[in-house]
Design a protein around this ligand. Structure first.
Ligand SMILES: Cc1cc2nc3c(=O)[nH]c(=O)nc-3n(C[C@@H](O)[C@@H](O)[C@H](O)COP(=O)(O)OP(=O)(O)OC[C@H]3O[C@@H](n4cnc5c(N)ncnc54)[C@H](O)[C@@H]3O)c2cc1C
Length: 292
């Protein structure tokens, strides 16, 4: 049973904000793949829902003149992975969101909802961390932007007031041009399962063998998605070797803080951190045109 006492559909961002201001207990709903599950399971009572699902300006992928990629928060996962801009310039984001749920979830679930729920297992989040994505947030006092790494405040907590809406995700060209990327999701089964660990590597190669830049981001390795900055710094400028791969795995281990849950133990997650970091690095290096 869905305990819904009111449902309002906003036709534009400003209207949605007005509705949120007027209704301090209301809940914003986009695709509903998290909100409706909570309602169905009785974890929300007397819900007053304000829907942004039909707001056209929140949906779509485009590119600015300076080649910044712009993703509307209301864009569904299927639209993202099929979009030519994503496929050409940031295919690893498409790969990551293609691993979410099943086709129905990917058709309805949005990238904005995936980030705003604040969970560490969100498949889009670690990739957006690796791309240093910037988020645009609109509220009654205007528009502000925040880097994704500053947006996450704790498990299930993000830098968002009740009256604010995440409108847009920006990825600037310096954060994707020339990078090869690879995302690995480890889950207990292949479909319809939340990540036990998510791992993304981005790599830029100088010549054929030197690591010009490297980024490693993980989901479920800590209470919130994270970058392994020490590992990244350590291998920048180095030549790609088997020893370097080992170094990536071992150093990443020192940076993470996974927990034991019913899905997996801390020890198993640590093993995954080491192994998946190495595999993602190797493939990202290849995808960046590197040769051993
Ligand atoms: C069967 C199933 C399988 C799933 N599998 C995966 C998986 O493998 N990987 C994964 O990462 N996720 C998975 N999910 C969860 C995933 O579908 C959601 O996290 C989804 O991305 C949320 O988007 P939504 O538009 O449906 O959000 P909603 O449910 O509408 O909202 C989620 C939360 O975000 C807030 N919100 C939404 N949009 C905005 C916005 N623009 N601004 C401010 N706040 C906003 C809402 O108020 C709410 O608190 C699964 C869900 C189901 C039901």
């Amino acid at each position: 049973m869905y305990d819904i006492i009111a449902y309002e559909e906003a036709s534009c961002i400003e209207e949605a904000i007005k509705l949120l201001v007027a209704n301090p207990n209301a809940t914003l709903i986009s695709g509903g793949s998290d909100v409706l599950i909570k309602l169905h399971e009785g974890r929300m009572q007397d819900a007053h829902l304000i829907s942004i699902h039909g707001i056209k300006e929140l949906s779509g992928v485009s590119m600015l003149e300076d080649e910044t990629i712009v993703i509307g928060s209301g864009t569904s996962f299927s639209k993202i992975s099929k979009h030519p801009i994503v496929q050409q310039f940031i295919p690893v984001l498409g790969e990551a969101v293609d691993m979410i749920g099943g086709p129905q979830i990917r058709n309805i679930g949005t990238i904005g909802g995936n980030i705003c729920n604040g969970v560490t297992s969100a498949d889009s989040a670690s990739t957006l961390f690796a791309f240093n994505a910037r988020l645009e947030i609109q509220g009654p006092d205007g528009v502000r932007t925040v880097l994704i790494k500053e947006f996450y405040k704790g498990p299930g907590k993000v830098d968002l007031q009740h009256e604010e809406i995440l409108t847009t995700i920006f990825i600037t060209p310096d954060n994707y041009r020339g990078y090869g990327g690879h995302y690995i999701k480890y889950a207990m089964r292949n479909a319809m399962d939340i990540a036990t660990l998510g791992c993304v590597a981005l790599c830029k190669v100088k010549g054929i063998n030197q690591i010009e830049d490297f980024r490693l981001a993980l989901g479920v390795a800590a209470p919130i998605p994270m970058r392994c900055t020490e590992t990244e710094q350590l291998i920048k400028g180095e030549n790609f070797t088997e020893e370097l791969i080992e170094k990536v795995g071992k150093t990443a281990l020192k940076e993470v803080n996974p927990r034991t849950s019913w899905r997996a133990s801390k020890d198993f997650r640590l093993q995954l951190v080491e192994e998946l970091s190495k595999r993602a690095f190797r493939q990202a290096f290849k995808n960046a045109g590197g040769e051993q």
